[in-house]
Design a protein around this ligand. Structure first.
Ligand SMILES: Cc1cc2nc3c(=O)[nH]c(=O)nc-3n(C[C@H](O)[C@H](O)[C@H](O)COP(=O)(O)OP(=O)(O)OC[C@H]3O[C@@H](n4cnc5c(N)ncnc54)[C@H](O)[C@@H]3O)c2cc1C
Length: 276
C-alpha cells in the first residue's frame, strides 16, 4: 500500500519543529529515521496531515560528554553507537547492543529517540538503557522534563509523549571501571527483534545494580536492586532463578514457557556479565 497524501516539513531547529508539532488544527507526525514510521505510513496505520522530519536539526545530533554522563541527541543513529562516534561510557554495552539491532541499513537511519518513542517492547534500546539507568529529556509547550527511560514507556507502542512534545536527548550515566554488564537477546536470526531480552548491570563503585527483562508484552520489568537476584555480586555468581521466576510472575508473565524463556535470558545476561 501507499501512504495517504501528507505535507512534509524539514525544520532547521527545535523551536521551528515545536511550532509545527504544536499545530492543533491538523494531525502531525514526527519522522526521525522512518524505519518504523515508514511501514506504519505505508500500511496506513497512521494517516497524518503533516510529517515533520527532524533529522536536519543539529541539536538533535549533538553529543555532549560531561564528567559523569553523556547526553546524546534524539537523532543519533544506532550506527553512530556501533561505530563509536558516540564515545562509549558504558564499558562496551551500548555499542555492543547497537550492533545487534536489525541490519546495517536500518542502523544507518534508525535513531535512539525514534526507537524509544516507538516503544516496541521487543526493541533493544529501551531494555539496555533501563539497565544502565538512562533518562530521556522532552521539550514541549509546558517546557522541558526529564524522566527515566523505563517511565517514558507506558506500554506496547505507547510512550509518555504529550501533545506538542518531542524527545530531545537521552542521558546515559558513565559506568565505573569496575562495573559489569551483560545483555542476552533471544531471537531466531541475528538482527531480528527479540522474543526475550535479559540485561544486567552492576556498578559497585556507584552502588547500583539493575536487572531488566525485556521483550515482554508491554514495558520491560526493571528490578532496581538486582542484588536480591545475585547476592552481593562481588565473588561467585549465585543467580536465584526461582526468585526471578516469582518476580516475573508477579509482574504478570504467568505463561510458564514465556516466563522460563525470559528468566533464562536474564540468567545468560548475568553469566555474560561475570564471564566477559
Ligand atoms: C527490518 C527491521 C528490523 C528491525 N529490527 C530491530 C531490532 O532488532 N531491534 C530494535 O530495537 N529495533 C529494530 N528495528 C526498529 C529500528 O530500530 C527503528 O530504527 C526504530 O524503531 C525507530 O527509529 P526511527 O528513528 O526509524 O524512528 P521513526 O520510524 O522515524 O519514528 C518512530 C516513532 O517515533 C516517533 N518519533 C521519532 N523521533 C521522535 C522524537 N525525537 N520525539 C518524539 N517522537 C519521535 C515518530 O513519530 C514515530 O511515531 C527494526 C526495523 C526494521 C525496519
Amino acid at each position: 500500500m501507499k501512504p495517504v497524501n501528507f505535507d512534509y516539513a524539514r525544520p532547521g531547529d527545535v523551536a521551528a519543529a515545536l511550532t509545527l508539532i504544536g499545530d492543533e488544527s491538523r494531525s502531525v507526525k514526527i519522522m526521525a529515521g522512518s524505519q518504523s514510521l515508514g511501514p506504519m505510513l505505508n500500511m496506513r496505520l497512521v494517516q497524518p496531515d503533516l510529517v515533520v522530519d527532524i533529522t536536519g536539526i543539529a541539536e538533535l545530533r549533538k553529543i555532549e560528554e560531561r564528567s559523569d554522563e553523556i547526553v546524546v541527541g534524539a537523532c543519533v543513529t544506532h550506527a553512530d553507537f556501533e561505530d563509536l562516534r558516540v564515545p562509549d561510557v558504558t564499558r562496551g554495552a551500548l555499542p555492543s547492543v547497537a550492533r545487534g539491532i536489525a541490519y546495517r541499513a536500518v542502523r544507518n537511519r534508525g535513531t535512539i529517540g525514534g526507537s524509544i518513542t516507538h516503544a516496541d517492547p521487543s526493541a533493544d534500546w529501551i531494555s539496555i538503557l533501563a539497565a544502565v539507568g538512562g533518562k530521556v529529556t522532552l521539550r514541549g509547550p509546558a517546557g522541558s522534563r526529564t524522566l527515566a527511560v523505563e517511565d517514558y514507556m507506558l506500554g506496547a507502542l505507547e510512550a509518555d509523549l504529550q501533545p506538542g512534545e518531542m524527545l530531545i536527548s537521552v542521558t546515559v550515566p558513565k559506568l565505573s571501571p569496575s562495573a559489569r554488564w551483560g545483555y542476552y537477546k533471544s531471537c531466531r536470526k541475528t538482527g531480528e527483534f527479540a522474543h526475550a531480552i535479559g540485561t544486567f548491570m552492576v556498578d559497585p563503585e556507584r552502588g547500583v545494580s539493575r536487572a531488566v527483562i525485556g521483550a515482554t508484552e508491554s514495558r520491560p520489568f526493571v528490578f532496581k536492586d538486582a542484588k536480591q537476584l545475585i547476592g552481593d555480586g562481588k565473588s561467585e555468581l549465585r543467580f536465584d532463578s526461582q526468585l526471578a521466576a516469582d518476580l516475573v510472575d508477579a509482574e504478570g508473565m504467568t505463561d510458564p514457557l514465556n516466563r522460563q524463556t525470559h528468566v533464562a535470558a536474564l540468567r545468560r545476561a548475568i553469566e555474560r556479565a561475570y564471564t566477559a
